[in-house]
Design a protein around this ligand. Structure first.
Ligand code: UD1
Length: 344
């Protein structure tokens, strides 16, 4: 029988792409999602790509009764990949308790149930936000953790500590913590992608919605940073490349490839790209000019951050390979697909 993996937040942006990669590698996936920021149509998209429909359970991962029932109904789960979390930086500043309650309750709930149900591995979605404004770039995993600039970022730091403390207590589980840089793009089939509710807060969905005419222009937050063109620099990583790293991480834990019970990896390309460069690459890749204006800095933004992904490259044998132009084209094709289906 194929090994069974629980993907929480599996109808979300990164969760859905990871589910596709897991199914394609022969895993049996159970998705748990409360659809707070996604919809059940995503399961159809996953099935259309892979030819297999994952089990879908609509439930709140912070609900211990519901999660116990899920584990009883679908026995034999070997690992959990935990994407379920609130992730809007700005919203976390205005609703901190929502973020602490949701993100930490989900984590504690899942960790607590793992030993009882014999679940060995836990992959956790963390973020480069834990490095804050780094002293040097690129940042490797030994770079200092900086004071969080938002409650969202703080939940990632606290979550990493909770996982570490739990494993040190002899819980008998293993964990791989993945620190994502900026995941972007969509599946090349354009059957799944990023679908934020309301006005997008992140750069790529705002950019593609502007390109298709939903928004009149993109605001570039600041051109007076200490960078070559004055705009912020990020490490934009293709979401399918990112998803594949989760498959490698799950396999590594389940096959006991490492004697370490807890490992941390940066997931990025190793290339820093500025916001203005990205707009330019989008135009070159798609032929679509995106109207933009320079506005003031956005509060809480990091000036520049990009990954040293050597540890993931060498230890996991994983590398981000998709060129940025192809990634941006995939984001654009997804936006066109949404229009075709009358969704946006
Ligand atoms: C942030 C978080 C990250 C989180 C991610 C997902 C921090 C430091 N980073 O990433 O942890 O995982 O959101 O929600 O907390 N930009 C514009 N115009 C726009 C939108 C963005 O110029 O309309 C610029 C931003 O100023 C930034 C870059 O584009 O320089 C990327 O922004 P965004 O996509 O929001 O991601 P981060 O802020 O890097």
């Amino acid at each position: 029988m194929n090994e069974r993996i629980l993907v929480t937040g599996g109808t979300g942006y990164i969760g859905s792409h990871t589910t596709v990669e897991l199914i394609e590698e022969g895993y049996d996936v159970v998705i748990c999602d409360n659809l707070s920021n996604s919809n059940r149509g995503v399961v159809d998209g996953i099935e259309a790509i892979t030819g297999r429909r994952p089990i879908f359970v609509e439930a709140d991962c912070a609900d211990p009764v519901a999660m116990r029932k899920l584990m009883e109904d679908y026995p034999g789960i070997k690992a959990i990949i935990n994407f379920a979390a609130s992730k809007a930086v700005g919203e976390s500043v205005s609703k901190p308790l929502l973020y602490y309650r949701n993100n930490l309750n989900i984590l504690i709930n899942l960790l607590e149930l793992m030993p009882e149900f014999g679940i060995r591995g836990f992959v956790f979605s963390s973020s480069c936000t834990v490095y804050g404004e780094p002293d040097r770039n690129p940042v490797d995993e030994t770079s200092p953790i900086k004071a969080a600039t938002s409650p969202y970022g703080n939940t990632k730091q606290i979550s990493e500590e909770i996982i570490t403390d739990y494993i040190r207590s002899g819980a008998g589980i293993k964990s791989i913590i993945l620190r994502y840089f900026n995941p972007v793009g969509a599946h090349p089939s354009a059957l799944i992608g990023e679908l934020p509710n309301g006005v997008p807060q992140n750069l790529i969905p705002y950019l593609t919605q502007t390109a298709i005419g939903i928004r009149p222009e993109l605001s570039v937050f600041g051109n007076d940073y200490n960078t070559p063109d004055g705009s912020c620099i990020r490490d934009f990583i293709n979401v399918v490349d990112l998803a594949k790293a989760h498959v490698v991480a799950a396999r590594r834990m389940l096959s006991d490839e490492s004697s370490d019970d807890i490992e941390i990896f940066n997931l990025g390309t190793g290339n820093g790209v500025s916001v203005l460069e990205l707009i330019n690459t989008f135009r070159e890749a798609t032929g679509v000019d995106v109207p933009y204006k320079i506005v003031g800095r956005r509060e809480g933004d990091i000036e520049k951050v990009w990954a040293d992904p050597s540890r993931a490259n060498n230890v996991l044998g994983w590398k981000a390979t998709t060129p940025l132009a192809d990634t941006l084209l995939s984001a654009w094709n997804w936006q066109l697909q949404l229009r075709k289906r009358g969704i946006m």
